[in-house]
Design a protein. Structure first.
Length: 343
């Protein structure tokens, strides 16, 4: 096998589905079994086709869709062989990539990994390690200036003045406006990061919208909103558990604290995707959301509930558009929703 590194560092030349490594039915069966054993997904052997490698020109790509296409497209835009050749390496988009390595896989499976299996099914995908080694081998003149990122206007509407609200109510809505505005105006250091942040931003805002519109207030040791798993999945939100956990961790930076709470066994598919509730054996799961003081705390959470409810009642299917712009002009009208201490 020869080295053939993708933009993101994956060694396509060592991948079991690379065209030079996938020539017989036995090769296909081995590839299918290895991916299932070490990465948790199964493709039927007859569905695995020889891949030309990710460095092939985009217009010549056939059936395979790159799972990190935003990174690949960014590298193409800058004109670099790999991300390691870029002046902003490692950008934010690379930093959040899952770090596949022998120790992580062995720990997850609870068994040591044979050297042959490691070299076939794990080492090729250790993209971050490969990029690190490539970067260390480069001379300064081989580093290419990253393509300049164009930052579009966010479209955020300023907070309205002269509201007929109490001082505390105004403060709560201002805190909510600040939270939504901050999430909507995250800057990027590369086109890959820009695309990644766009998806992250959409998820964050849609999650907040869901909690505001459908969540129910609860209180034990803290005050929070809760939503069942069925409601969450009905909103077409991220369904891969590992990505959800990652998003929840990132939300803490904005003072938003979410937890995913299983109600028993069977809530997660073997592939790692969140399962819908079933009568037979899955009791389901739910998620919670609380805001700490940096995000406005309990008052801002109540403001979220009031704001989304009133937008929905006035604008219906168009309501989410106003939410995306953090348009709070509706506060100038009579709003429904109790922001007092009454539950």
């Amino acid at each position: 096998m020869t080295d053939l590194f993708a933009k993101c560092g994956v060694n396509c030349g060592h991948c079991p589905s690379y065209k030079e490594n996938l020539k017989t039915d036995l090769d296909r069966q081995r590839c299918s079994d290895g991916w299932h054993k070490y990465h948790g997904f199964r493709l039927a052997p007859d569905k695995i086709r020889p891949c030309d490698g990710c460095q092939i020109y985009p217009e010549k790509l056939t059936y395979r869709v790159c799972p990190v296409s935003h990174i690949r497209n960014c590298a193409i835009k800058t004109g670099v062989e790999t991300c390691a050749h870029c002046s902003v390496y490692p950008c934010e988009a690379l930093k959040v990539q899952k770090d596949i390595n022998r120790e992580e896989v062995a720990s997850r499976l609870g068994n040591p990994i044979l050297e042959e299996d490691y070299l076939t099914f794990i080492e090729p995908y250790e993209g971050l390690n490969h990029l690190k080694a490539i970067r260390a081998s480069l001379n300064p003149e081989e580093i290419v200036e990253a393509a300049k990122v164009l930052h579009l206007k966010s479209g955020i509407i300023d907070f309205p003045e002269d509201l007929l609200l109490t001082e505390d109510e105004t403060a709560a809505f201002k805190a909510l406006h600040q939270l939504l505005s901050t999430i909507s105006t995250i800057t990027a250091d590369s086109y890959a990061t820009q695309e990644m942040l766009s998806k992250r931003r959409q998820y964050f805002l849609k999650l907040l919208w869901m909690f505001g519109l459908y969540g129910e207030f609860k209180e034990d040791h803290k005050f929070y909103l809760v939503s069942d798993g069925e409601t969450y999945l009905d909103q077409n939100l991220e369904g891969k558990q590992s990505r959800v956990v990652q998003y929840f961790e990132l939300l803490k930076e904005y003072g938003v604290h979410c937890d995913l709470v299983p109600l028993g066994d069977g809530w997660l598919l073997p592939s790692g995707w969140l399962r819908r509730k079933t009568k037979k054996w899955n009791k389901g799961w739910f998620i919670t959301m609380a805001l700490d003081d940096t995000a406005g705390g309990e008052p801002a959470l109540k403001a979220l509930k009031s704001y989304t409810t009133n937008l929905d009642e006035k604008y219906g299917k168009k309501a989410f558009r106003y939410f995306l712009k953090t348009d709070m002009q509706i506060l100038k009208e009579k709003i429904r929703g109790d922001l007092s201490d009454k539950r």
